[in-house]
Structures are given as structure tokens and as C-alpha cells.
Design a protein around this ligand. Structure first.
Ligand code: GLN
Ligand code: ZN
Length: 764
């Protein structure tokens, strides 16, 4: 019979219990036993939710105290030497690898000071994993720090729940890792022959414990893979299958077709494919499945929309017609880790909109209903309700705004092109602002102090009036402006004290967005985010930032930089719609922002920064047309937002990830860009950016660290850059906004930075 399956459930708990307990443990407020028990409790709750809902294939080992890839590193003893010197317990080693550890010596313990391993984005999601780091001395061993997958399987079993353990497969595990600084000549995948016996040992242990089937994830199969990687699959899975467990090779987040040869005829019990992200792969991937299990990923693990039962059941029927009832599994497209836990805890959402959503707990029900339907059981009431929600969403005036839709038709080349090319603009900007060489500026935010948070909270709760809050914000702006004048910055900012978050602040003022009160999703470790949801066509009912910028400009004679979040970043850091393309959503946002940019200009704010920190991370996983399309619409969106202004208005942009390709940002045609750069010391990289045609500021200090660089350090750094840069296009600025820093560091760092710029001015 058709079976239902979930590939992974959020581990954070419905009320962020995992975060709360983990952070209390880190702060020494609760002991390890309390933490371990909280983990047990969360796993048990999650299994029970799925069991009670009627899921037949329930995952285990999808829980983690920090990150599932990091768990695997600990499981296989991929633990760099530096973490082993302090006699830490396994869970403390795990946390030290995940987030670093600094601890003062006590009477009984010595001081600890180790940095964390690198953390990187999990494919194109907002989740970050801790990168396995290999060296020549990596010595794979099983279970030195515990046997988590076996333990958790047995834990569920003891509760009467049979589970299917989830494991990241060996090829993906190695591929997603890197070699350590001292072993740069080491190719991680060359370690496969040493790793495989340990995987086999693990599978044997699982078998002994009673496991019959394992979900083995090979998500890298949706990337561009070289033949040398593809060719590893056959022999690897021959080996692993020899243990005698049913392995279901699981892929998600994309299209496997370009790597189909790698897994054709693979010695596994079945395959899972993501038909939410890539329905067009169905026929071709189905061809290689043969008489094996076919797991149909059909309920979206990456978004919050209700599944469309009619469409989903069509795909499921097609699978059954081809493979027969016994071979088909109805599943989530990926782990549900990327969705909030439970829609029922949303008390404030508008009922109409709420009816369109489905969070992890609801998605579990959807999977079960779709499975029942496939088995021929009567779920007509559920199907009817689903059809009604889908219809309500499709036809809603919240979703459809004819004005926005017709305005999209106005977008053309001229709407997305500045009046003159950069050299002409530069000339009129120079005339207008007469900035010195090495102009100095910051990226926007100043410290978000406790005072700011307290006042914002009071205002939200209605404990102070709007007028009182406005006065408070004005005072904050006064402080920030005065400080910048004192130390001699050239282009000032207002400091963003009124903003809770750079996307939420805009989303809350735009039509077409919805917000949750409890829709948390894990970003990394104990850091969770609560993304806004784009529910309909986006438009701007009124100006969003003009008041604060105009006030800030009114108290200084220096240019005041207006500050906006760009279309791509608003889109990427929200849950997007799934009924229209991301391109259209981005262009709608760009029109709303265009109005804001134009309003700012009208109000006398003529230096305007439009931040696009998420531009790089939105890059599609595969090269080729999809990627070039993305780059085109991303750049076009930025230009639509910023091209309505006069030549003399100076448009800035800012990017956080420095592994950017300078060519990708050229197309935005901003007058000045600033990029995160302080952690880059590769001289080639400086070179690479030196041919960026417009003006550029390479971030000069790390805003994630409380460290204060001296004037000399800034001079040295700028000096290095000046070896390859021409002085007349270089701006002096930090890496990013200063909101997470404290005033004392900010004061000193910026003073030193400005002094270094003055030093260079005298030299040129
Ligand atoms: N203007 C924003 C700030 O300074 C930019 C933040 C970001 O790039 N992440 O806070
Ligand atoms: Zn930034």
C-alpha cells in the first residue's frame, strides 16, 4: 500500500524550547541533564505529533542540539585536535565546534579558548550548517562520542514508535566539507575509501538495533557535479547496500536530471525526488527507478503554503499508475526543518490569510490526507475544504491587485536605466557634494541599544504614545548625527533606530505582506528567524522612511544618506509566494521602492543607499540559464528601484557576502557600492574588484567582532588596497551596519577609520 512519510521535522519546539534551554545551558543556568532531557522531550513530542497524525514512515536522527551535519562530524570523529585538549564532554565539544568556546579558568578547570568551525549556507535555504573540516590526521571512527542515530532510533522504539533514521550520505558529507588550513592539498572526497567502512559499521549497528530502512540524503545531486564526483555513486552504494538495509536515496531542492547517470541502476531500495521544486523532472527520473520504491516529494518543506491537493494527487496518481501502490511513498519535498512548527499558535493572523497557510504540523496532516486519498479512503471533506482555500487564495483581492499588475507592464528599458551613464552622473554629483578624496561613510545602522528596544516594546504595547516614541527616535537620531559630525564623517546616516529588522520594517508598511507572531525557523544553532510572508501583490500605500531621513537632514549640513532594503533582499528573507515567479515579486517590490526613492529625492535626500545583502545568496544552485536569468532580473529590479532620480542624486548599494563576483554587481549600475571585505586578505581578490567601474568601498573592519582596529591598522589596510586601486574611486567604510555593536567600540573604531582616511587625503 502507498505509505506516508516525513523527511524531517523542526527540532526547535513549538515555543522555541530548544533555544531557551540551550542558551540557559550555555549561560550556566541549567545543567547538562536538563538540556539532554529537553532534547528527549522535544523528540518525543515530534514523533507523537507524526504518529498521532497517522504518518507511516517517521524520521529519527532529524533532531539536533545544533546542526545535523555537525552531529555527523562528531559521530565519525571528524573533530579537529584543538577541541580535544580541554576534556570537554561530547555535547560541549559539539557546541565548541559549532560556536567556539571561551571560558575562564576555575579552581578545577583550565581556561578554554577555541574558535568555531566555518558555518555555511545549506544549499539555497536560510539554514546554515557547520562545515566538516578534514585534515591529513582525520581518523574516522564510529561512536567515540556516542551513537546518536542508534540511540534515537531505540528511544523512539521504546515509546512504541518505529522510525526510519535519516543520515546524510557519505558523498554529500565529504563534498560539503573542506580541508583544514594545514592540509590544503587534501581533497575531501579522496577520504571516501576511509569513510565508507565507518558508514557501513553504522548501518550494521542500526540493523542490529532493528532498523529496516534508512533515508540516506544525497542533496548534492541537485548541484553541478563533475564526472569525478558522479562516478563515485555506483561503487559507494554497492558497498553500503551490502549491509542489507533498505536505503532510500533522497534528493531535494532541485532537479536531479543532469546527474541522472550517476544514480541510474544504483543498488538502493528506492529514491526520493522533490517534485515541488522540480515537477518537470518526473518522467525522466521515474525512468531510472525501475521496480524500486518511488518517494514522491509533494508537500513543500521550504514554504508555508497549503498544498494544492488536486494538483498533488494528480502527480501521486501518475506515480501509482507507473509503479503500483506498493512502491509509492507520499512525502514532504524536503525536511520540514525550514518551516515554522505549528500554525495553531498564530492567534493574530487574519482568518482569511491563515486559511492559506500550512506549517510543519499541518503539512504532516496534508501528507497523511494525500496518502489516504491515494489508498482510496474517503477524504472528500478534506479535499473540498482544501479546494475552497486554494480558490479563496487565487481569487482574493489580497492576492490580486490589478493596479500593481498593470504597473508591471510599464517596466521597460528606460524605466530601468539612469538618465546618463556613470561618468556624467559622477560629474554632477561631484559638483553637488564636493566630497574629498577617500570619502567616509557608514553602512546605516548604529548600535541598537537596550534603551531603543525597551522604547520600541513600550510603543508596541501601547505604553507610550506615538508622539512620545517619535520624540525618542528623534533624540536617538540627534545623538547619531552629532557623533558623526564630531568625528568628521562625510556622508552621514540617521542610524536606523526606528527599525526592528531591515526586511520586517518595510514589509510591515507594504501592502501584500503578512506577519506571524510565532513563525520561527532555525537559521543556525540557537539563532532563529521569523520571516515575513508575501501573500499578495506588493504595493506601497505611503512613504516609509522619508520622515526620519528628512528630520536627520534637517539637523546637519552634511549629506544625509537615505536607507532602504532592496527588492531582492526583501524577497529572499521572506517566505515568497508560490503562485507567481520570484522575478515578478521582485519587480513588484522594485516599483514600491522606486516610489520611495523618488519621494526621498523630492524631500531633499539625494544620497540614497539601497541594500542588497542577499543578492549573492539568491544565486541559483546550478550555473547556466537559471543563474543568468536570476542575475538579470535581480539587477533589473535594483535599477527599476533606483533609476527614477536625477544624475546628481547618488545611489549607493551594499552587499554583505564578499564572495561576490564583481560582474554580478556591475549590472546594478549603482554610483557607489560597499561590500563586506575585512576578512579577505587574498591580494588577488582586491585585484579582482579593482576593475569595478564605479565607486567602491571595501569594508575595512569586521562589525561582527568587538575588536577595535587602530588608526595604523586602517592605514596599513588602505595602503594594501591602494597598491591596486586608484585613489579617486575608493570610499572608506566598515563592513556592514553597526547595530549589534556597543557605542564604546563604535566610537573608537570609526574615529580611527576617519583619521586614517584623513591621513591618506594628505598623501594624495
Ligand atoms: N543598512 C543596514 C544596516 O546597516 C544593512 C544591513 C545588512 O547589510 N545586513 O544595518
Ligand atoms: Zn551588510
Amino acid at each position: 500500500m502507498v505509505a506516508s512519510s516525513v523527511l524531517g521535522f523542526p527540532r526547535i519546539g513549538g515555543q522555541r524550547e530548544l533555544k531557551k534551554t540551550t542558551e540557559s545551558y550555555w549561560n550556566g543556568k541549567v545543567d547538562q541533564e536538563t538540556l539532554v532531557n529537553k532534547g528527549k522531550e522535544l523528540r518525543s513530542t515530534n514523533w507523537k505529533i507524526q504518529k498521532d497524525a497517522g504518518v507511516e514512515i517517521i524520521p529519527s536522527n532529524d533532531f539536533s542540539f545544533y546542526d545535523q551535519v555537525l552531529d555527523l562530524s562528531l559521530l565519525f570523529n571528524v573533530v579537529p585536535e584543538r577541541y580535544l585538549k580541554f576534556n570537554l564532554s561530547p555535547i560541549d565539544i559539539l557546541f565548541a565546534m559549532g560556536r567556539g568556546l571561551q571560558r575562564k579558568a576555575t579552581e578545577t578547570t583550565e581556561a578554554v579558548d577555541v574558535t568555531a568551525l566555518e558555518m555555511v549556507k545549506w544549499f539555497d535555504s536560510n539554514y546554515h550548517y557547520v562545515r566538516p573540516t578534514f585534515s591529513h590526521s582525520t581518523d574516522f571512527q564510529l561512536g567515540k562520542f556516542g551513537l546518536k542515530p542508534v540511540d534515537e532510533y531505540l528511544e523512539a522504539k521504546a515509546q512504541g514508535i518505529e522510525t526510519r533514521p535519516v543520515l546524510l550520505g557519505p558523498i554529500s558529507y565529504l563534498y560539503l566539507g573542506k580541508s583544514d588550513k594545514d592540509s590544503l592539498d587534501l581533497e575531501p572526497l579522496s577520504l571516501l575509501p576511509k569513510l565508507l567502512p565507518v558508514y557501513k559499521e553504522l548501518l550494521s549497528k542500526l540493523k542490529e538495533a532493528g532498523v529496516t530502512s534508512v533515508q540516506i540524503d544525497e542533496p548534492i545531486l541537485v548541484l553541478d557535479l563533475e564526472e569525478s564526483v558522479r562516478s563515485l555513486y555506483k561503487s559507494t552504494y554497492d558497498e553500503l547496500s551490502s549491509v542489507g538495509l533498505d536505503l532510500v536515496l533522497t534528493t531535494y531542492f532541485g532537479d536531479v536530471r543532469p546527474n541522472l547517470d550517476a544514480i541510474k541502476g544504483l543498488n538502493v531500495a528506492g529514491f526520493h525526488f522533490d517534485f515541488v521544486r522540480s515537477p518537470e523532472q518526473f518522467d525522466e527520473v521515474a525512468e531510472i527507478v525501475g521496480d524500486k520504491i518511488f518517494s514522491v516529494g509533494i508537500v513543500d518543506g521550504r514554504n508555508i503554503w497549503k498544498a494544492d491537493f488536486a494538483k498533488a494527487s494528480e502527480i501521486i496518481s501518475k506515480a501509482i499508475a507507473k509503479f503500483g501502490e506498493d512502491k509509492v511513498i507520499v512525502a514532504s519535498s524536503s525536511s520540514l526543518l525550514h518551516t515554522p512548527v505549528d500554525l495553531n499558535s498564530e492567534k493574530k493572523l487574519d482568518a482569511t490569510i491563515k486559511d492559506w497557510f500550512s506549517f510543519a504540523t499541518q503539512k504532516v496532516d496534508e501528507i497523511v490526507i494525500l496518502t489516504k486519498n491515494a489508498k482510496g479512503e474517503d477524504v472528500s471533506a478534506e479535499f473540498a475544504a482544501n479546494a475552497a482555500s486554494i480558490k479563496s487564495r487565487t481569487e482574493s483581492s489580497i492576492t490580486n491587485n490589478p493596479k500593481v499588475q498593470s504597473r508591471l507592464g510599464e517596466i521597460n528599458e528606460s524605466l530601468s536605466t539612469r538618465k546618463s551613464p556613470f561618468p556624467t552622473r559622477l560629474e554632477s554629483q561631484q559638483k553637488k557634494y564636493n566630497l574629498p578624496l577617500f570619502p567616509t561613510t557608514t553602512i546605516g545602522s548604529f548600535p541598537q541599544t537596550k534603551d531603543i528596544r525597551v522604547n520600541r516594546n513600550k510603543f508596541t504595547k501601547g505604553e507610550i504614545t506615538a508622539e512620545q516614541y517619535d520624540d525618542f527616535i528623534k533624540k536617538e537620531i540627534d545623538t547619531v548625527v552629532k557623533f558623526q559630525e564630531e568625528i568628521g564623517l562625510d556622508v552621514l546616516v540617521h542610524g536606523e533606530p526606528e527599525r526592528n529588522d531591515m526586511v520586517q520594517y518595510f514589509g510591515e508598511q507594504l501592502d501584500g505582506f503578512a506577519f506571524t507572531t510565532n513563525g520561527w525557523v532555525q537559521s543556525y544553532g540557537s539563532r532563529y528567524v521569523r520571516p515575513p510572508i508575501i501573500v499578495g501583490d506588493v504595493s506601497r500605500p505611503k512613504a516609509m522612511t522619508v520622515k526620519e531621513s528628512v528630520y536627520a537632514q534637517s539637523i546637519t549640513s552634511k549629506p544625509m544618506k537615505g536607507m532602504l532594503t532592496g527588492p531582492v533582499t526583501c524577497l529572499r528573507w521572506s517566505f515568497p509566494r508560490n503562485d507567481i515567479s520570484q522575478k515578478l515579486q521582485s519587480l513588484q517590490l522594485s516599483l514600491a521602492l522606486r516610489d520611495e526613492v523618488n519621494d526621498l529625492e523630492k524631500a531633499g535626500i539625494t544620497v540614497i543607499q539601497v541594500d542588497e545583502p542577499a543578492l549573492r545568496e539568491g544565486l541559483p544552485l546550478r550555473s547556466g540559464k537559471e543563474r543568468s536569468d536570476y542575475l538579470n532580473w535581480a539587477a533589473q529590479s535594483f535599477r527599476v528601484a533606483t533609476s527614477g532620480v536625477e544624475d546628481s542624486t547618488q545611489i549607493h548599494s551594499h552587499f554583505c557576502y564578499s564572495d561576490l563576483d564583481p560582474n554580478h554587481i556591475k549590472a546594478l549600475d549603482a554610483d557607489v557600492v560597499s561590500i563586506e571585505f575585512s576578512k579577505k586578505d587574498d591580494p588577488n581578490y582586491i585585484q579582482e574588484f579593482s576593475n569595478y567601474p564605479n565607486h567602491i568601498g571595501l569594508g575595512l573592519f569586521d562589525i561582527h567582532s568587538p575588536r577595535i582596529p587602530s588608526k595604523e591598522e586602517f592605514i596599513k589596510r588602505i595602503g594594501e588596497i591602494m597598491k591596486v586601486y586608484s585613489a579617486n574611486k575608493f570610499w572608506v567604510n566598515p563592513d556592514c551596519g553597526l547595530k549589534t555593536r556597543g557605542w564604546p567600540e563604535v566610537r573608537e573604531s570609526l574615529t580611527n577609520m576617519v583619521d586614517a582616511a584623513k591621513y591618506f587625503r594628505d598623501q594624495y
